[in-house]
Design a protein around this ligand. Structure first.
Ligand code: GDP
Length: 357
């Protein structure tokens, strides 16, 4: 559509030119669009904060095409020295809790402070089936028009690990493009919170006040990971309920042993819809950053996360290359048949397959 418009515009401008020239110009435009920029072009534009190039580079990161991946790796390597200079915030919560409303409100607050915000999503559902919990509906309609915000929907992929790795690489590109706050959003499904926790500095759990028994149905691990629990929709009739929920979560948090960061997780209430309580959350995250930068936990955690991702990437690639081998594929289907017939044990079958390697 866009290229059609452009060539139409060009034709209009060049009415006095012979038709053949106009045609070849249109072809030129088409050609330049389909032609991939060089790594140098990608890097220099990303470092200037060019969103179009950032988007295209992320598309390369997400691609399964080997050539694209190779180019993505070159770009990543060149961008890496300019990355790292940001605050990475993870936000999780069940569908309907108000994540996108919250991110929009929080994001606007950040951009009003002169910050540049990138929002990336990890949606485990989109890697399992075609549907997506985080939704294909237009989310964050106001933030999306903010020139200091960049919103990228969740990549689709074959596994949560694969999707998470792509998100991690996208963080590097966003940071190199000058985004100083990276928000990673996920739904509380499967292991996606663990994946997000392993790539952020601050982890925020979004909740709404329930029927009183607030802790029911929450995975223990999530509370342990949280640096803050924010009870959203504290407006209208909900204000009182939110206050009660706040004290219940506060009591629960005090039962956990102190964190290595020396940070005592806090519970706050907010109304993302009415933009109430957003400043307090901003202040809280800054307090956390001051503390952990001073006691050096901030850097320690980032180093640990790098080691985790190095190992996770090796494991993933070893697995992928193992299963991609022709003889492994063939033998695997034989072993699966034998297993079903009771002719082998899982351990013998695994040994046979691994010996092929
Ligand atoms: P998500 O699925 O977690 O991203 O949730 P959404 O941001 O899409 O919000 C789900 C619904 O809750 C929408 O109808 C929002 O308007 C509503 N909502 C979000 N935040 C608030 C809030 O602070 N107060 C009230 N009353 N409604 C809210």
């Amino acid at each position: 559509m866009a290229s059609k418009n452009k060539s139409a515009l060009h034709e209009k401008k060049g009415v006095s030119q012979p038709e053949t020239t106009s045609e070849s110009s249109a072809q030129k435009i088409k050609k330049s669009r389909s032609k991939q920029p060089t790594t140098d072009q990608f890097v220099s534009h990303i470092l200037k904060g060019d969103i179009t190039f950032l988007s295209r580079a992320i598309t390369l990161v997400e691609s399964t095409n080997l050539k694209h991946q190779q180019k993505a790796n070159e770009i990543l390597e060149r961008c890496l020295p300019y990355a790292n200079n940001s605050v990475r915030i993870g936000i999780t919560g069940v569908p309907g809790v108000g994540k996108s409303t919250f991110i929009e409100s929080y994001g606007k607050h950040l951009t009003s402070q002169g910050k540049k915000v990138a929002v990336l999503a990890i949606d485990p559902s989109s890697s399992v089936n075609k549907g997506s919990i985080l939704g294909d509906k237009t989310r964050m309609e106001i933030l999306v028009t903010d020139t200091n915000a960049f919103i990228r929907p969740s990549p689709s992929g074959t596994s949560l690990g694969g999707v998470a790795q792509k998100t991690r690489e996208s963080i590097i590109l966003c940071e190199a493009a000058g985004f100083d706050t990276i928000i990673i959003e996920t739904v509380g499904v499967g292991q996606s919170e663990t994946a997000v926790h392993s790539m952020v500095d601050f982890f925020l759990l979004l909740k709404i006040a329930g029927a009183g028994d607030e802790l029911q149905g929450i995975k223990r691990g999530i509370i342990e990971m949280a640096d803050a629990i924010v009870i959203n929709k504290a407006d209208g009739d909900n204000v009182q309920k939110a206050k009660i929920a706040k004290s219940e979560f506060n009591r629960a948090l005090h039962l956990y042993p102190p964190k290595e960061s020396k940070w005592q997780p806090k519970v706050l209430t907010c109304s993302a819809l009415n933009h109430n309580g957003i400043t307090e959350i901003y202040t809280l995250i800054n307090e956390y950053l001051n503390l952990t930068k001073e006691n050096r936990f901030f850097n320690k955690r980032r180093n640990e996360q790098n080691i985790y991702w190095l190992k996770a990437t090796i494991e993933q690639q070893l697995k992928d290359s193992f299963y991609a081998q022709k003889n492994v594929k063939k033998q695997l289907s034989e072993e699966l048949e034998n297993l079903e017939k009771g002719l082998t044990t899982p351990f013998n079958a695994a040994k046979k397959l691994l010996d092929l390697h």
